[in-house]
Design a binder for this molecule. Sequence first.
Ligand code: ADP
Length: 594
Amino acid sequence: MLAKFLPYLRPYWWRVAWALLQVVLIAGFELLKPWPLQVVIDNVLGSKPLPIAALASTSQKAVLLLACLGLVVVHLGAGGLTLLHNYTTIGVGQRMVNDLRGALYAHLQRLSLAFHSRQRVGDLLYRITADSFAVQTMIMNGALPILSAAVLLGGMLVVLLPLDPILTLLSLTVVPLLFALILGFNRKIVDIATEVRTTESRVYSVVQWAMSSIKLVQAFTKEDEEHRRFMGASGESLRATLRLYNWQTLYSGAVNLVIAGGTALVVYAGARAVISGRLSVGQLIVFISYLAQLYAPINQISQSWGLIAGARVGARRVFDILDTEADLRDGSRSFPLEGARGDVAWRNVSFRYRPETPVLDGVDVRVPAGSKIAVIGPTGAGKSTLLGLLPRFFDPSVGVVEIDGVDLREYQLKSLRSQISMVLQPPLIFPLSVRDNIAYGRPGASNAEIEEAARLARIHDFIASLPEGYDTVVGETGVALSEGERQRITIARALLRDAPILILDEPTSALDVATEALVMAAIERLVAARTTFIIAHRLSTVRRCDRIIVLRDGIVAEEGTLADLLRRNGLFAEYYRTQFPPEVQQNAQLGLDA
Ligand code: ADP
């Protein structure tokens, strides 16, 4: 785990080095803390001569004043450095959290849709917002206290061993005991901390799901049921958290017991040493205050062990995602400057989202550049999946998808996707201005081009009527749009992008027949020379295409022109008869407008 943190520490190495130096300096001051008191007890109150010969003639009062002054200086030094240390380490910790989040977010955006279809959004949200803070906790509550305890321990050994080796060894007997405690409790606490994180991320998921489907919840008056579901998830998290606190309390109780035993042992043996004259009272005070100082960081660690264990789990959850290899390997080829020709082929392609259910099975389709292809079939037949293979939202499990005769996996993803313009289902709108929404696929577009695209998509008049025209913010936080308006904005977006290959997933399903005809006519004019795929349910759209692919259960059931398929009298013909009223069919066969 530590090795994984290192790259994130590297940019701040000098701050880290400064923090480490502070640890040493603070330890130095901590070691000095009891000495003025020893001087007061042994040399002012007691009758021991001062250890420094030059000071032998100084008056008792002056020594007392000096010792008190020393006390103030040492405490001020230790306090000031500790403040500085907190400032430094919080700065490093927070910056690391920020970097780690950035890396996690960037990585998540790059993972394929196949990965995202397996993940819960709430869980990912929790990993980005809460788990990434684990880095800070691990450093502030874990690594640094352990380090300062170790430095202090080392310093104390150096100071105490010459004073009284036996007493020093006695006071160290607690260290292995404390280690044993940590080992004994660790497994349990880490397990529960994992459970806390998992149940807490489930709470996020429940909220995320319910809030994004709030309309459905209210339409079916399921508010109480959703509340129960939430309280169920929240209750599980509560139980895990309480259990964590219980174990944590038990653990710090045990630590305190060991520490109290250790202190009693040292006081007992130390007092005996003072009685026998081996040790002065002041030296015993030094021993006891050192013990207290040594136990402070140990205590701090034990108090926050649950937190640290939780943080380790959080860090693991972050690195689990970061270690997920991008399942789409980027290729090296790019398309020529003038863009792809637009020949598309699926060669014996099979695909499954989950190992047990094939969604596409042995699809073999060749589409020459510039054709307009209608993809039809019942819901769930695999139409969106078939077309989703083109921008490599996922790769086929078997077989090859090609554009211009080259396997898609050989192209750079960026270059590949820049050749494709898409209208997806459902139409996605960002909480940005209308202008930015339309220009999303071509950021440099001029206002005139954006308006032209909006006109073609029959949405310009509507946008012009909005309070701030093209600058009106739409979507989640802004003006609410109807399904049809959203669709036309996404069509304008695709038209503006103007790529050699166009994918339209039921682009006009929410438009009335008259508007649809106008929008389709505009699309047609624009895409005259482009390879276009349209997932369509309407005859008027299907009829405008050169060729029809009929999918059923992931298999190409039929393929050909409208006339071919009607003549064959198979699945399409049947579909056609049930979908469209007889007079429309007659007109269609006669080549008249519906
Ligand atoms: P269509 O576009 O013809 O309605 P899809 O391509 O959307 O069909 O879906 C085909 C099948 O794949 C369906 O059975 C659907 O449940 C399944 N499917 C679609 N998307 C996913 C996904 N992200 N994860 C798992 N299964 C999926």
